[in-house]
Design a protein around this ligand. Sequence first.
Ligand code: PLP
Length: 326
Amino acid sequence: MIRPRKAVERLQKYRPPLEGRAGKLRLDFNENTVGCAPGVVRALRRALNPDWLSRYPEYEEGRAALAEYFGVSKDEMLISNGVDDAIKLICDTFVDPARWVALANPNNPTGTMIPKGDLRAILEAAPRTLVLVDEAYFDFSGSTVLSWINKFPNLAVSRTFSKAFGLAGLRIGFLFANRELLGLLRRAHAVFAVNSLAVACALEAIQHEDYVRRYAKMVQTNRALLCRRLDRIGVTYAPSAANFVFIRVGSKAPEIARRLREQDILVRDWSYDPHLKGYLRITIGTGAQTRRLTEEFERTQHLIERRDGARAWRDLMTYSPTGYFA
Ligand SMILES: Cc1ncc(COP(=O)(O)O)c(C=O)c1O
């Protein structure tokens, strides 16, 4: 057999998302639960024509508009095929064993924030290591270090339109860094990594910022609603700045997730991870979706193990995530 690189041999197999999620209340992968702005779908229909489809994608104009939206210069941003692609690109460009730091902020699966002082300390302590701050959930947290890319030559920041913007299926993300770093990354990037329909939709999506802001605000309100319900029934959860809440239900987590699934509600059970046995992650959606979730969740109350909050919280804080995807 042809042997892959050692790093690939050592990789754990990723457990892919379950298939067959259509038509269910999908609170398992932190997607937008109502869909993108209708204008984006109209833009997609306009782009679906033989002329557009027969041509290779063109990026320059779109990159200028998108960079302006993010408040950076064109040379400080590249469009990627989702953050996944941006991460692979960083690895291709810079990474030998132990040569980079990746921090999701807000973190997944906890939803917690790394304080800016700590981020600064990490960037200063590792000046020769590329540090990625992945801001996939920025639209919900409102906290960013994007403006630091010109202060720290080792900083890269990523964003995605898979979450608040509701475009996970299209695969569109962004990587930011100072122009020297970005120039090196661009050299290693596949020339046509992002398809032209995704670019057309991204350009339309930024015209509907209000839609995204309203969605994010609604999520914040419903996140507070869910947390109040969790407080009432004594379930421990991590304070989240993202569109999900990470909760501890104990050893019956798989059973609780299964019962919810029987009601067509999908939540993410982390029990396959030895560090996170007993935890569920629940995506926040509309008020009606959150009420439906809580009603069904409360029916499983007899299965929930309540623990001293401080102890459960310590467990969470000592867990250091090694992978965060979906
Ligand atoms: C922190 C974080 N970054 C990136 C991603 C994936 O982003 P994309 O869909 O742009 O690849 C996820 C998906 O869940 C995530 O949680």
